[in-house]
Write a protein that binds this ligand. Structure first.
Ligand SMILES: *Cc1c(COP(=O)(O)O)cnc(C)c1O
Length: 425
């Protein structure tokens, strides 16, 4: 955006030479939009304009910004105890949260290991899976199976299980271990191919990792629940653990509280983050099944999981997560997700007629318009901002993942902005 100079805040000018921004060619990128406040479904910019947030800040702020119930919980917690180390000490926000997560996760997903970011929780799940095999006396299972189109984080180990292009496998070839990357088993033929791959190489592989129902950052690619049941069958047949990365899909985004519930099966480990704190503080968890946990339960100190991030189970973040779970308890989120879903299904449908559009799809509170080629992200962000909305496309897709509580009028603004940009108004 070009802004009149007198509206550019001093902190933006002073800090810009020093802040290294995310996913950004610093030399050529447009300047970022200065945000001074948030409320409900909106961002307030330094010049007083309000943008409807179509992304809920990278899929975190599911209840909308500045929710009073979460704010109250944070105020109370910061007065009492902002942080204590988790090694050797315990506190109520984390213990209560672990109990609640174990209760809401299906089956025997009962053992919660906290961390501070999504990527780190995936790294922990990978470490759990490797050591699970070692602790059981199985050697040689040192690799992971993941899928084209997948995204599991930006740290080095998680990059190796992302889509090979998105994860920059060629740029870093030789630096990172090569994992086994396959196509999702969507039909009998690809299932047979994966089964054959595992028959040949399964003995090298500790676990299968997948984002259930939606491959998010890889392009909002959808697959049916049957794919997950197939993966469960193949993991069991070949002695692999199954890890669901629900960092994006967890907490209602796809229409069920967890995506795994749509498939009626459970993984051996699930990772959670993003909407876990309702978009207020960084927190993540790798939650293991009883079977996984029991492989670490031993009189041998060497069998323990040696991991413990400094800010593990930060009490403020756990208090926010408990407050967010309170908000999920009355069930109104499901009606809101259905309302958003219906608005997207109807409102985005005409985009099929747009130039270069190859697909329009909706699942839960996710609406996607896919083009035949990558879009100019910076230009489109600026265009959307002029239309009063914050939408940041990704690769070939323009997508909407707003707060579930976004009012109908703001949903209309998001949809009509997408339609204008696609040229179908
Ligand atoms: C965002 C995301 C991650 C990484 O989480 P960070 O908190 O950004 O490290 C991992 N997996 C999935 C599915 C994600 O959407």
């Amino acid at each position: 955006m070009t802004q009149p100079d007198w509206l550019t805040p001093q902190w933006l000018v002073g800090g810009a030479p020093h802040v290294w921004r995310p996913y950004c060619q610093m030399k050529t990128a447009r300047p970022p939009l200065p945000v001074v406040a948030t409320r409900g479904s909106r961002l307030v910019l330094a010049d007083g304009r309000e943008l409807v947030d179509g992304l809920a800040s990278w899929w975190t702020a599911c209840h909308g910004y500045n929710h009073p119930h979460i704010a109250d919980a944070l105020r109370a917690q910061i007065e009492t105890m902002p942080h204590v180390m988790f090694g050797g000490l315990a506190h109520e926000p984390a213990y209560r949260l672990a109990m609640r997560l174990a209760k809401l996760l299906p089956g025997e997903l009962d053992h919660v290991f906290f961390a501070e970011s999504g990527s780190v929780s995936v790294e922990i799940a990978m470490k759990m899976a490797l050591q699970f095999q070692i602790n059981r006396g199985v050697s040689g299972r040192a690799k992971f199976l993941a899928f084209r189109g997948g995204y599991h984080g930006d740290t080095l180990a998680t990059m190796t299980i992302c889509d090979p292009e998105e994860g920059m496998h060629s740029l870093f070839a030789g630096v990172m271990p090569a994992q086994v990357i396959a196509d999702l088993p969507r039909d009998a033929e690809s299932e047979a191919a994966l089964d054959a791959l595992l028959a040949a190489r399964g003995h090298e592989i500790a676990a299968i990792l997948v984002e259930p129902l939606v491959q998010g950052a890889g392009g909002m690619l959808l697959h049916p629940p049957e794919v997950l049941r197939t993966l469960r069958r193949l993991a069991d047949k070949h002695g692999l653990l199954l890890v669901f990365d629900e960092i994006f899909t967890g907490f209602g985004r796809t229409g069920t509280l967890l995506a795994m519930q749509a498939a009626g099966i459970e993984p051996d480990i699930v990772t959670l983050s993003k909407a876990l704190t309702g978009g207020t503080l960084p927190l993540s968890a790798a939650v293991a099944s009883r079977k996984v946990f029991e492989a670490f339960w031993s009189d041998d100190a060497g069998a323990a999981l040696m991991h413990g991030p400094t800010y593990m189970a930060n009490p403020l973040a756990c208090a926010a997560a408990n407050a967010s779970l309170d908000l999920f308890e009355d069930g109104s989120w499901a009606k809101d997700v259905a309302r958003v879903s219906a608005a997207f299904a109807e409102g985005l449908e005409p985009c099929r007629g747009g130039q270069g559009v190859v697909d329009v799809r909706t699942l839960g509170a996710i609406g996607v318009v896919e083009f035949d080629a990558p879009v100019a992200v910076g230009d489109l962000c600026a265009r959307f901002a002029e239309l009063g909305v914050w939408i940041r496309p990704m690769g070939k897709v323009v997508y909407l993942t707003p707060a579930f509580t976004t009012p109908d009028a703001d949903l209309d603004l998001l949809i009509s902005a997408v339609r204008q940009v696609v040229g179908v108004n």
